[in-house]
Ligand binder design. Structure first.
Ligand code: NAD
Length: 428
């Protein structure tokens, strides 16, 4: 597989690799290599000081054969049409592998949201909806939060859409605040989903979870709940987490050989996932260099921070004890490192399977909005567990049957489901 720093080229190359194995027809390949529709627009916003700024916005609808497009809106200064295209394509595969009746999409705005005031952010997200509202909707395309966007921003977007559509339409967007149309269980959904897939992998590998140790990279939304779930649901121990220190502007690993207390660490972590290291040291934790997490003597590695963290260099430090890698983050492993992991026979739970718990509960949010009836947190998490367990086993079955790596098996399951839906609809 070609290595590439352009996310869309990487997404296309992963797709091509599996399309070849599946012997997909060339026109079908060409169709799926690209988004079905793309929107690129400009949003004028009146700033607090009276000046006018024009922002560049995007929305990509990759494929809606299985249901309305689904995917977040990212506010980031380095956003490009290609990153949005790649993420939109991955959403198609993620929804298909989780077997939820949604397609893939993604949106964005080129902006550093930390430079905007609260009211400027509100005007910008309302402006995004004013440009896109005719092309989104509960039966067309359902956005959600992503990097740089928040539940509050989703609340404003839902309000703007409802105003333009002339009726309350909570199902147009997910990730809304609880009490404002959001679902209970959404906050912990992605991290817990990671743990549900790890639990199933351990059963398959006949590992006793209470004897297993894990190392986690990151300590934001996904990593915190993955660590809590690993300790509380599986009875295992987590020996370290890592994070980006906002004061020192560099990453560190925070470790404790006999197991961290994730609730304690959450209590000394800020909203950006940065840990108060003085308090951690006082409580007996060790502060180590950033990459220390990857060389720990553990059974499970959970990269849950950023893309490209397990690469040609860092992969060499993975201990011979590691049996499972659970990709909480999107794209944490480069294609070069993937080859090494495959050769070493480490069991891989690939990103769009491992972190599909988030979009699964977003789907449940839309279902609850449609019913206008809301489930308890326990009901939501039980339904999520069932979906994630089914998704894991459909990929594992494919991997065993076709004798392929778990990542390729996940692609095969997903592409096969999307192609079948296109056939059933008479598109191909
Ligand atoms: P977040 O912003 O809440 O947390 C990110 C964490 O990574 C923070 O603790 C930060 O300190 C840490 N970090 C940043 N740079 C680091 C570095 N160089 N080394 C170590 N740690 C570093 O983000 P999140 O929502 O937890 O998302 C994490 C990953 O999971 C991303 O790849 C995201 O796309 C993916 N993901 C998130 C969800 C979700 O529902 N939140 C769903 C699917 C996938």
């Amino acid at each position: 597989m070609a290595s590439s720093t352009n996310a869309f080229e990487m997404a296309q190359s992963q797709f091509d690799h599996v399309a070849e194995q599946l012997k997909l027809d060339p026109p079908v390949r060409e169709f799926l290599r690209w988004p079905m529709r793309e929107y690129h627009f400009r949003i004028p916003v009146r700033m607090d000081d009276g000046t006018l700024r024009v922002f560049e916005g995007f929305r990509v609808q990759h494929n809606d054969a299985r249901g309305p497009n689904k995917g977040g809106i990212r506010f980031h200064p380095a956003e490009t049409m290609d990153t949005v295209r790649a993420l939109g394509m991955w959403m198609t595969w993620k929804c298909a592998v989780a077997d939820i009746p949604l397609g893939g999409g993604k949106g964005g705005v080129i902006v550093d949201p930390s430079t905007l005031s609260v009211s400027e952010k509100e005007r910008l997200v309302r402006g995004w909806v004013q440009k896109m509202w005719a092309n989104i909707g509960p039966r067309k395309d359902v956005p959600a939060p992503d990097v740089g966007t928040t539940p509050q921003m989703m609340g404003w977007m839902m309000d703007e859409y409802s105003r333009l559509a002339g009726q309350y339409t909570p199902g147009v967007i997910t990730g809304k605040p609880v009490g404002g149309g959001g679902s209970l269980g959404r906050t912990e959904a992605t991290g817990y989903g990671v743990v549900y897939t790890v639990r199933e992998a351990m059963k398959h590998l006949k590992l006793d979870s209470t004897q297993c140790r894990a190392a986690v990279q990151g300590f934001g939304n996904v990593a915190q709940y993955a660590a809590i779930g690993f300790v509380e649901m599986l009875g295992g121990s987590v020996v370290c987490v890592s994070y980006w220190d906002r004061e020192d502007r560099m990453p560190y690993t925070v470790s404790k050989e006999d197991g961290i207390d994730p609730h304690f660490l959450v209590s000394i972590t800020d909203q950006y996932g940065s840990i108060d290291k003085e308090k951690a040291v006082e409580a007996g934790y060790k502060i180590e260099e950033a990459d220390a997490w990857i060389s720990k003597d553990v059974d499970v590695l959970i990269p849950a921070a950023l893309e490209g963290q397990i690469n040609e260099e860092t992969v060499k430090s993975i201990s011979s004890r590691v049996k499972i890698i659970a990709e909480g983050a999107n794209g944490p492993t480069t294609p070069e490192a993937d080859e090494v992991i495959k050769e070493r026979g480490i069991f891989m739970i690939p990103d769009f399977l491992c972190n599909a718990g988030g979009v699964t509960v977003s789907y449940f949010e839309g279902v609850q909005n449609d019913m206008n009836f809301y489930w308890t947190r326990e009901e939501v998490l039980e339904k999520e567990d069932n979906k994630m367990t089914q998704a894991f086993h459909s990929v594992l079955d494919m991997s065993l049957k076709a004798k392929v790596y778990m990542r390729d098996a996940a692609y095969m399951v997903a592409i096969d489901r999307v192609v079948k839906a296109m056939e059933l609809r008479g598109w191909i």
